[in-house]
Write a protein of this length. Structure first.
Length: 190
């Protein structure tokens, strides 16, 4: 090695030693920036994950709400279909009551008897049509009083009949499938 090379080498070493603290500072700064970038990348990634989870939760809640809505609408439609005849039946019941009152009249001549026979046929066909729609007569005489099916308008005290038993039906009651359309008006034993 020549003298000039030695001098250059020595200068380089001295310069390297002088700049060593500066170099270390720069390296530390670059390292901290890299770590900072990693930290911000980690924070950004966590932020995106939180947003994705929140969006998924919102989606799942919305889907559950829609499923509940769909089931509720389907149930309401089934109920509407099941009781679709209720308005028609409630409109026909007074006419049916009038038919039954007319059928209880005693006839005195042949013309009245033929008229009564025709009314019985119309009454029977009307009852059959209502039966096909699911309308049933509520049985009451001899049954125990049930406030869900019967409406007590009078009380009686008859011997030989247990308490809370219906002794007389004043107006027939009707059910459409499992729903009471009109309760029976009855007389109940005390």
């Amino acid at each position: 090695m020549s003298v000039s090379e030695k001098e250059n080498s020595q200068e380089f070493t001295e310069t390297a030693e002088e700049t060593k603290p500066e170099t270390e500072a720069v390296e530390a700064e670059v390292k901290s920036e890299a770590e900072g970038e990693e930290g911000t990348q980690d924070a950004a990634e966590e932020n995106w994950q939180e947003k994705a989870e929140e969006a998924e939760n919102r989606y799942l809640r919305l889907r559950a709400d829609f499923d509940n809505y769909r089931r509720r609408i389907q149930k309401e439609n089934e109920t509407l279909q099941k009781y679709r005849a209720q308005n028609v039946v409630t409109g026909i019941l007074p006419a049916l009551d009038n038919f039954e009152r007319a059928l209880n009249i005693e006839v005195t001549n042949d013309e009245s008897e033929s008229l009564l026979k025709g009314m019985k046929m119309v009454h029977a066909s009307l009852l059959e049509a209502l039966k096909q729609e699911g309308v049933e007569v509520i049985e009451s005489v001899g049954q125990e009083f049930d406030p869900n099916l019967h409406q007590a308008v009078m009380q009686s005290s008859e011997e030989g009949v247990a308490s809370n038993i219906i002794t007389e039906e004043l107006q027939k009651g009707y059910k459409l499938k499992d729903r009471v359309i009109r309760p029976s008006m009855v007389k109940v034993n005390e």
